[in-house]
Design a protein around this ligand. Structure first.
Ligand code: BTN
Length: 238
């Protein structure tokens, strides 16, 4: 089932409310809207919705994958769908945990917000298709910018259908982990700064890699550190 709205505060809040009210949904049912007046991003940030972009929330019954891998899987799937529109594999990467970014500049193209509600996951997906909203302190880009194509008005629906097709088959964890590492924007050896979104604690380290729960593993002055949801910024890369 695809619930197609004309305008909503947030597809995420809408679907969450329906689930909590006892609504009956199936795996990969979704809510989509061209307009969101109060879109939600990760870490309590807003998500600016612009016309021609994709704003959808998906109802997922996770299978075998650990829950912590679901957002990373969705990020990889969004990036894969972009390839179907002529973006090259070299052009996009996944910035841990699940932002789809321009491989060169790190500009954000898509974001994923996963929330566990009862025993299911609601995955909110925002993709800058036709335009890149200006977000203070961040660089953004869009599928249209990357491809140089004038994308048709029906692109959000088309992109969503392709994403749903991509998500039909849940990957094996070891396959997903390898795929994620191939797409990862932060590479072993990168020097990064991280910040806890709640406590604002800051730290620095060097990327070692990714762990079995999708966590980012760093080597820091005080030893190994595993990041679960911190905000990570690239400092330097050799
Ligand atoms: C992020 O901060 O990177 C995650 C952004 C997620 C945005 C999407 S748009 C559709 C869905 N509805 C929301 O309110 N948020 C998510």
């Amino acid at each position: 089932m695809k619930i197609q709205l004309k305008s909503v505060e947030s597809t995420q809040a809408f679907l969450k409310e329906k689930v909590l009210e006892g609504g009956v949904f199936q795996h990969l049912d979704c809510v989509v809207s061209p307009v969101q007046t109060a879109g939600l991003g990760r870490q309590g940030r807003p998500w600016i919705a612009e016309s021609g972009n994709l704003h959808a929330s998906l109802y997922l019954h996770p299978g075998q994958l650990p829950l912590t891998w679901i957002p990373l899987w969705i990020g990889v799937s969004v990036a894969r769908v972009m390839l179907e529109y002529g973006v090259t594999r070299e052009q996009v990467r996944i910035k841990w945990p699940n932002d789809v970014v321009d491989a060169g500049s790190g500009a954000k193209i898509a974001g994923v917000l996963c929330e566990k509600v009862q025993r299911i996951v609601i995955a909110g997906v925002g993709v800058n298709l036709r335009s890149a909203p200006q977000v203070q302190g961040r660089i953004t880009t869009s599928l249209a910018d990357l491809t140089g194509l004038a994308l048709p008005p029906e692109i959000p629906d088309d992109f969503l259908d392709r994403l749903l097709a991509e998500l039909k088959f849940e990957p094996y964890l070891r396959v997903l982990k390898k795929t994620y590492e191939d797409w990862a924007w932060f590479r072993p050896g990168d020097s990064v700064r991280f910040e806890d979104a709640i406590t604002r604690e800051e730290g620095h380290g060097r990327v070692i890699g990714y762990g079995e729960f999708g966590e980012m593993i760093l080597s820091t002055a005080t030893g190994e550190r595993r990041l679960l949801s911190e905000e990570v910024h690239l400092k330097s890369r050799s």
